[in-house]
Design a protein around this ligand. Structure first.
Ligand code: DQA
Length: 148
């Protein structure tokens, strides 16, 4: 049994009502509940955290390391395209992570094409909507089982 952290960045607390044509109609609470169920099913424990503040996301990553969290599933929201500091927190703690985006960021505005996370992530899931979180949790379980 390992501890997995589901970390969501700015504006993802608005899921359900935020640009539903882009992000779908699932709420963050329902996404977190589904992710927790998948974690349980695969023998792991999920902790979920969302913040609109970059420094709180960074501090949560630091705390995850201190609490022996084994893996992070991360949707950095707009921090994807801006936050060297959050990237450095993940590199500094050496926590393996999968980057998730509800929308296909490569098919949107030019500024969304750059990610400060993709090149250091275990993998990236983009454009599959809320299902992307479930897919990431399952991939995290495989990664933990392989121990690589
Ligand atoms: C997002 C894509 C980002 O570009 C955007 O700023 C978000 C959500 C996604 O899940 O598709 O807040 O990460």
């Amino acid at each position: 049994m390992a501890r997995v952290l589901l970390l969501n960045g700015p504006n993802l607390n608005l899921l359900g009502s935020r640009e539903p044509a882009v992000y779908g109609t699932d709420t963050l609470a329902s996404i977190e509940a589904r992710a927790a169920a998948v974690a349980r099913e695969t023998g792991h424990e999920l902790q979920a955290f969302q913040s609109n503040a970059e420094h709180e996301l960074i501090e949560r990553v630091h705390r995850a390391k201190a609490e022996q969290t084994a893996f992070v599933v991360l949707n950095p929201g707009a921090c994807t395209h801006t936050s060297i500091a959050l990237r450095d927190a993940l590199l500094g703690t050496a926590l393996p992570f999968i980057e998730v985006h509800l929308s296909n960021t490569q098919a949107r505005e030019e500024f969304r094409r750059r990610s400060y996370f993709s090149d250091v992530a275990v993998g990236v899931i983009s454009g599959l909507g809320a299902y992307g979180y479930e897919a990431a949790l399952r991939a995290a379980a495989l990664h933990l089982a392989r121990g690589t």
